[in-house]
Structure formats: C-alpha cells, structure tokens
Design a protein around this ligand. Structure first.
Ligand code: BTN
Length: 265
C-alpha cells in the first residue's frame, strides 16, 4: 500500500468520469490526496474534448486530487510527475521502459500510445480554483488512463486507433495486473510530488522528464491556441518547458499553452 498521502482511495464499478467526480469533490473542499479509480467510465474524458473509452475491467482509469505546493505557472508539473510515476510503475510491474511524448503521453517501444493524462482544475490561475477557499491550496485533478490489458492485440482496436494505441499487455507479451500498476504508480508518485515543493526537487523531476522524453531530437509542429510553428525539439528546461529550435531562434513552449505537439515529418 502506498504511503501517507494516498490513504483515501475510492473505487467505483461504473462512474461517468473519475476526473469529474474529483473536481466536484475539490469544489466541496476535499483535501489533497483523494484517489478515484473506476472499472468503467460512461463518459471518460480525454484531452481536447475527446472521449476516453476502454472496456470494463481491462485498463487503469484513475484520478488523483492534488493541491500541490506549486506557483501557478508551474502547475503543469503536476500532470508531468503523474506521467513519470506511471512510467516507473510500468517498469516495476512489467519491466517495460516507456517513453514520454512531451508533455505527458506515455508511449510504447514503437511510438504507439500506452497512456494519456488529463489535468483539470486550477492549472493556470492563482487562487479561487476548485475548492481553494474550502480546501486550502488550489486543486488540480490529474486523471490518467493506462491501457493495461486492452488492447490485447491490434485486432481489438477500432479503426481510428489502429497503429496509434497499444497496451502494457501487448508491450510485455502477457497480461498485467492493473491493481499492481495502481499501487506502484501511487508509491512512485508520492516522492515525486514532494519534490515539487522545492526548486532542486522540481529540477530533478524536469530532468527525469527530459530523460524519458522521446520528443527530443525530432521535428515537431507546435500548435498553440491561435498560431503554430515548426522546428526541432531540443531540450526540456528545469521548469519542464519544451525548447524548440525553429532554425532562426529557440522557442520555449509551455505545457499550459500548447494545444498539441506533433511530429512534423
Ligand atoms: C488523453 O486524451 O490522452 C487523456 C486521457 C485521460 C483519461 C483518464 S481515464 C481517468 C480520468 N478520468 C477521465 O474522465 N479522464 C481521465
């Protein structure tokens, strides 16, 4: 069982969305560290308003309510450490070395997606986020969907996901216990979250992100809300930002500003 932070783990057979649930809990003043995990979500949320679907009981669908000790411009580090903890869990439980597509998608050996992270709540603003008056520091709900046992093979996937999604099971070549993955994830997350409270700790986490980041060295197209540009991703800064060499200049990209980063060739 993971340490002191994650003692309140709420398990659901079916729920609309574990992120929605914890955002409501945060607004009502729930403290840092509450975890919600579901066998099935009827309205699982993905990034950019997409749905996140998985067959009941196959994958890990989990959210954590965090009130991190982070200045507002650095709150994107909360989802980053969840992605890092998930990568560590995949290594502990299944011996897999996963990459991270900046800022926080987990990828298998051939670049197919194993897990996605969705952070919601008070990511950008100062005070006044979900339950900040009732619950202390502003809340960030970080949800992660890890493809643990689905897809078991490429043939399981709907047409739009063929060639883009894989699972721990496919990568490892055998079924993987999702509760072991959850336990390892929460165990790995605890010290990473503690690191976020100090400048050297944040630099350590950013360095871990840099080491896992498969985006580095690749040509990318960065899509911002109202513009975009292309270049080569060359570094991750000590604050977790991506540096892109556009040929003429080095541009620093903030996770909170980006719509998506795609390979450009
Ligand atoms: C993505 O689009 O890559 C992010 C997907 C995040 C899915 C997870 S599953 C648990 C949590 N609850 C949700 O409704 N979404 C996140």
């Amino acid at each position: 069982m993971p340490g002191a932070r994650f003692t309140d783990i709420r398990r659901f057979d079916t729920i609309d969305s574990t992120n929605r649930y914890l955002l409501d809990q945060a607004r009502a003043g729930a403290p840092d560290g509450v975890v919600a995990v579901a066998d099935h979500q009827s309205a699982g949320r993905g990034r950019l308003g997409r749905r996140w679907e998985a067959p009941a009981g196959a994958n890990l669908l989990v959210s954590v309510l965090l009130r991190p000790e982070l200045p507002a411009p650095l709150r994107h580090l909360a989802p980053a450490v969840v992605a890092l903890a998930a990568a560590e869990a995949a290594e502990t439980v299944a011996g897999l070395v996963l990459g991270i597509k900046w800022p926080n998608d987990l990828l298998g050996s051939d670049g197919r997606k194993v897990a996605g992270v969705l952070a919601e709540g008070d990511l950008a603003g100062g005070e006044g986020g979900p339950g900040s008056a009732a619950g202390g520091r502003p809340a960030v709900v970080v949800g992660i969907g890890i493809n643990v046992n689905w897809p078991a093979e490429d043939g399981d996937l709907p047409d739009d996901l063929v060639g883009t999604a894989t699972s721990l099971r496919q990568e490892a070549g055998h079924p993987v216990d999702r509760w072991e993955v959850l336990d390892a994830l929460l165990t790995a997350l605890e010290p990473r979250l503690s690191d976020l409270g100090t400048v050297p700790g944040r630099a350590r986490q950013a360095e871990d992100l840099r080491r896992r980041c498969t985006t580095l060295g690749t040509p990318v197209r960065v899509q911002l809300a109202d513009s975009g540009f292309e270049g080569i991703a060359v570094d991750v800064t000590a604050e977790g930002h991506l540096v892109v060499d556009t040929g003429g200049e080095f541009r620093t990209v903030l996770a909170g500003d980006v719509v998506h980063v795609r390979r450009s060739t």
